[in-house]
Design a protein around this ligand. Structure first.
Ligand SMILES: Nc1nc2c(ncn2[C@@H]2O[C@H](COP(=O)(O)OP(=O)(O)OP(=O)(O)O)[C@@H](O)[C@H]2O)c(=O)[nH]1
Ligand SMILES: [Mg+2]
Length: 219
């Protein structure tokens, strides 16, 4: 069988799982987000800060994707997520919808109003895999270099939200914020951009307010 056909079959099977996840979450009013970034951009830290601020108002369930370890799920649980599950892909560079379905099978969905899936740190492969999410958020940070959106365009083009993290480090790195804004908006003029620092919490108020509105279906 030609390789192309096999690749199409795998992605078609993934899409079937993704559709099943939407059918599971939508009737319950649970909205979902796929968090993607390069390794270390700050996905887990942003989740920790967000959950600590919103946990009294919003039940947030988190699925943590990593190659190995349960370190991120432990951080998220300590922050006060209502449900948490760690997926270890053992070398796979992205999450797939069947993995998310298996994690959701372990959740009490009555305890979840917003589902956030932290994907494997990688700016390429995760983009090809629909996880049944309503929204894609890409996090980029000032320590990565300001050419990343132009070098890895597809993930930014397909997202609805970009978070630029680690603003506190701007004085110490060569990073042109305006250049990054221009790059991402050239790839996708509809992108919503949040600029923040998880360290100083600058910009966290606006992000959390927007996220709460999204979770409540007001966006
Ligand atoms: N200075 C500074 N450091 C930050 C900020 N946000 C996160 N970090 C640090 O960046 C490092 C990586 O953060 P994580 O949240 O673990 O990143 P991640 O994207 O979840 O990483 P992976 O799961 O490995 O892909 C940690 O040492 C964080 O403390 C920030 O706004 N400013
Ligand atoms: Mg992480």
């Amino acid at each position: 069988m030609p390789k192309l056909t096999i690749a199409q079959n795998i992605l078609a099977a993934n899409d079937t799982y993704a559709a099943g996840i939407r059918q599971l979450l939508a009737p319950r009013g649970i909205r979902s987000i796929n968090f993607m970034s390069s390794p270390g951009a700050g996905k887990t830290t942003l989740l920790e800060r967000t959950i600590r601020r919103l946990r009294v108002k919003l039940q947030i369930g988190v699925i943590e994707g990593d190659i190995e370890t349960s370190a991120d799920a432990e951080r998220i649980e300590a922050a006060g997520a209502s449900e948490t599950c760690q997926i270890n892909t053992r070398g796979n560079c992205h999450l797939e919808a069947h993995m998310v379905q298996a994690a959701l099978d372990q959740f009490d969905l009555d305890r979840v109003q917003l589902l956030i899936i932290e994907n494997i740190g990688n700016l390429i492969c995760p983009n090809a895999w629909d996880l049944g999410e309503d929204l894609r958020v890409v996090i980029t940070s000032t320590t990565e270099g300001d050419e990343k959106p132009a070098k890895y365009p597809q993930m930014f083009a397909d997202a609805q939200v970009v978070v630029i993290n680690k603003l506190d480090l701007l004085p110490y790195v060569d990073y042109d914020l305006e250049k990054v804004r221009r790059q991402v908006l050239a790839l996708n003029p509809h992108l919503r951009i949040f600029e923040l620092s998880c360290r100083t919490e600058e910009g966290l108020d606006g992000w959390c307010e927007w996220l709460e509105n999204f979770a409540r279906g007001e966006i």
